[in-house]
Structure formats: C-alpha cells, structure tokens
Design a protein around this ligand. Structure first.
Ligand code: AMP
Ligand code: MN
Ligand code: MN
Length: 321
C-alpha cells in the first residue's frame, strides 16, 4: 500500500490538477493517474482539470475527459497536484486546491517547498510520471496508463538524453514497455512531429538568435507580432530552447516569448555547469538544475541583461572553483 492508497481511504471525490501551460510530463502524469483511479478505484468520483492541453496528446486514453474549465466553489475530498512546483502555477486550479479537504502533491521540482498537506517530491526523479509510477501498484498498470507515463518520461528526459535520466528511469520505461505500448509512435507523434508553422517559427528563432558572453550564452525571442504573423501560439514554441542549447560552445540558452506588452515567459537551459533553477528562482520562477523557467517584465534588453548578470556571476564562480 502506497501513500496514494492511504490518502484515498474514505475519499469520495478527487480533483486532479497540473500546472499552467501543461507539458508532456504534466499531462502524462495527470492522465496516468486519472486512468489508474478510474480502473483501480472506480467508486471515486474523479475530476481532471487542465489548462488547454495540446491536441498532440489526443492519443492518450481519457483525453476527452479533461475539463478545461476549472471547477469553482467546490470542496473536493482530496486534491492531487502533479508536476506543479508552487500553488501559483496551478493557475485556474488554485481555488479548487484551496477548498479541498485534503491534498497530495506529487512532483520532482527541486524548487518545490511542499505546499500540500502530504508531499511526495523526488528531485532526483526524471519526471513526475516516474515518481507517480512508484506510487502505483505495478500489476494494475494497463497499456493505456503506461502510454501516459511513458509520454511524460520521454518529454522530461528529451527521449532519455537529458542528465535527469537515470538507470531507474530506464527500468521504469522498460516496465512500461512490457505492457505493449507502441513507443516508436509515441516518441514520433508527441515529441518530434512538428507542423509546418512550428518548423517556420523554430527556423526564425534560430536565425535571429544572438550569442554573448564569448559564445557561452545564446538567446532568442519570439514576439506577439511574430506569433500573429506565423499563426502560432505559445504551444507551438516547444523545443526551440532545446535546439538553442545544442549550439556548439554554449553553456546556457535563453528563450523568451512575449505574453503581453513588456512581459516575457523565460525558458533557461544549461549544459554542464550552470544551475538555472537558482537563477529562475531568483526571478520568482523555478524548475530543475538544467531546465528552468520564470516570467519577467521590462524590455527584452532589460530581461536579457538581468539574466546575463546572474549567468556571468555563476559562471565565474564555477570556473574559478
Ligand atoms: P520551461 O522552460 O517552461 O519548459 O520550463 C522548464 C522547467 O522549469 C519545467 O520543469 C517547468 O515546470 C519549470 N518552470 C517553468 N516556469 C516556471 C515558473 N514560472 N515557476 C516554476 N517553475 C517553472
Ligand atoms: Mn512540467
Ligand atoms: Mn516534470
């Protein structure tokens, strides 16, 4: 019996929440848990609310059951938050979380201070999907649940290549494969596939990228007017920062996109040395050592300059050490 089973004792209604702008791990873990509860705890009434999940995850079982309108003024017996490092990132789900009688947070963000009544946070895990796997009874995991968790793992590990990938990650993935999932299709369709306009905006962002700090940093920005021109939304910008990070000689990649006038969503990635979670946390965000994010205001010049000061300082510290 895991902590999940203990928390579900005597519970009638469950609310599952993820973070704003949900990514593959958020959606995979939320859907994996949703399908598990439907199967293993059929008498619990489960509601899953997520902000506008991308259509590319439509192959996951139960995708059409996701509510995009957040529940208000309802007190659930238990609220389970997945892949979300603080309550602000619950977005429209914050009210449901606050009103719930009990709460459980399952996560892997190093910046998560443990905001729920019970917290299962493993910063060494590749993904929340991997943490969740440890809380489920293995023999009850169906192929459909495995598809969800596998999707989460490949998205947060960049298909098993980021440094967060561990031997344990591979063992979990192996167990998920044993259920008979079509892993090649999942990887192609949810991770690598791009629409024509997604490729165009990626190309544009790479073309306009600028290196600084002697090539140790690279940055690019997509403005609202660019998004309008190409007919894309923020959901079409996934993967741009990863491509920037691959640039030869680069230790840190910065990608910004404009959310409103003078306001930017910032994505930070590093290769070997920088702790970008620390930098993102300084600006009110969070994440992981090699992948983190925050939201910043001001001109593009101000945002990059402010980040650059922290990057340069940290680089000097690690290089001088
Ligand atoms: P992103 O650059 O948005 O792909 O995010 C990289 C990592 O940092 C992910 O694990 C996010 O969950 C986390 N992250 C991004 N933005 C924030 C934020 N504002 N606050 C806390 N964590 C964040
Ligand atoms: Mn996430
Ligand atoms: Mn995650």
């Amino acid at each position: 019996m895991s902590i999940l089973d203990t928390k579900l004792e005597g519970v009638k209604t469950v609310l599952i929440l993820g973070h704003v702008h949900p990514d593959g791990d958020c959606i995979g873990s939320c859907m994996g848990l949703f399908n598990y509860l439907e199967e293993v705890y059929p008498d619990r009434e489960v509601t899953l609310c997520l902000e506008d999940p991308p259509e590319k995850f439509g192959y996951l079982k139960g995708f059409t059951c996701v509510q995009t309108e957040f529940v208000k003024e309802t007190s659930f017996d238990l609220c389970i938050c997945l892949d979300c490092s603080n309550t602000e990132r619950l977005g429209g789900g914050e009210e449901g979380f606050a009103l719930a009688k009990d709460s459980l947070c399952i996560d892997h963000h190093v910046t998560n201070a443990g905001y729920a009544k019970t917290n299962v946070i493993d910063p060494d895990a590749s993904s929340t999907s991997e943490v969740l796997f440890g809380l489920l009874e293995e023999s009850r995991i169906t192929r459909e649940m495995a598809e969800c968790l596998y999707t989460g793992i490949i998205h947060d590990t960049g298909v098993f290549k980021y440094s967060c990938t561990t031997p344990k990650t591979m063992l979990v993935a192996a167990k998920l494969m044993e259920t008979g999932i079509d892993f090649s299709r999942i990887i192609d369709e949810s991770f690598y596939r791009k629409t024509y306009v997604q490729n165009q905006i990626l190309g544009r962002a790479l073309l306009e990228s600028i290196t600084f700090l002697d090539g140790a940093c690279v940055f690019s920005v997509v403005r609202l007017k660019d998004m309008r021109f190409y007919g894309v939304t923020s959901k079409d910008l996934d993967g741009i920062v990863e491509q920037l990070r691959l640039t030869d000689g680069v230790e840190c990649a910065i990608f910004l996109y404009e959310t409103e006038a003078q306001r930017y969503k910032v994505s930070l990635r590093s290769k070997h040395k920088l702790d970008v979670a620390k930098i993102a946390a300084f600006f009110g965000g969070g994440g992981h050592v090699r992948a983190a994010g925050c939201t910043m205001s001001g001109s593009i010049y101000d945002v990059v300059n402010n980040l650059s000061l922290h990057i340069e300082k940290q680089l000097k510290e690690v290089e001088g050490a």
